[in-house]
Design a protein. Structure first.
Length: 184
């Protein structure tokens, strides 16, 4: 008699959500300039580097208690004088092989959770905001924390063009001007 595995029965190898559900959450970051990491190879190409560039990674999720402020907080943080060189995202529950690889190789020893936001340099994690921290913060608090990280670790200066594009996106996406002050 054939045996049925729990993974096969529950479909744990495939995406946990319909793409229709996650599409707006993916687009929220991608339209703000984040590049998706969909495969193990893309995770490795993005993070296994020794070039002194900083990478901000948002492990996205559908979680309403924290991802709903994590995404706009990460985007708002980019209206800062110093910003990460590269922006990446991957989606928990969707690109399972890539997410598992990311967690095992770049977040070793940490309890898996999502969303989380981490800053990397030379293949090493410098800072991380865990889900339990994000769910207790506002988007403005998240942006402030990330901005502090950038001041400590990032050398890239925000260009005027990027600033104008981000301000327009935040205004369009959230129908607000959350950071109407200068980036100084």
């Amino acid at each position: 008699m054939a045996q049925i595995s729990i993974n096969g029965l529950l479909g744990n190898a495939g995406p946990s959500y319909s793409e229709i559900i996650v599409k707006p959450y993916r687009e929220e970051l991608v339209q703000a300039g984040f590049e998706q990491m969909l495969t193990v190879m893309e995770v490795e190409q993005a993070l296994n580097r020794q070039d002194d560039l900083t990478q901000l990674v948002v492990l996205n999720s559908v979680c309403g208690c924290s991802a709903r402020v994590g995404r706009p907080g990460a985007i708002m943080s980019l209206l800062n004088r110093q910003v990460p060189d590269l922006l990446y995202t991957l989606f928990a529950g969707m690109e399972k092989e890539a997410v598992t690889w990311f967690r095992q190789n770049y977040l070793p020893g940490l309890t898996p959770s999502s969303p989380n936001i981490a800053l990397f340099k030379n293949g090493q994690m410098l800072h991380i905001l865990h889900r339990h921290q994000i769910e207790r913060m506002t988007a403005t608090d998240i942006a402030g924390t990330l901005s502090e990280w950038y001041g400590e670790s990032c050398n890239r200066q925000l260009s005027t063009g990027d600033e104008l594009r981000l301000r327009a996106y935040l205004d369009e996406k959230y129908n607000a001007k959350p950071l109407d002050q200068p980036t100084e």
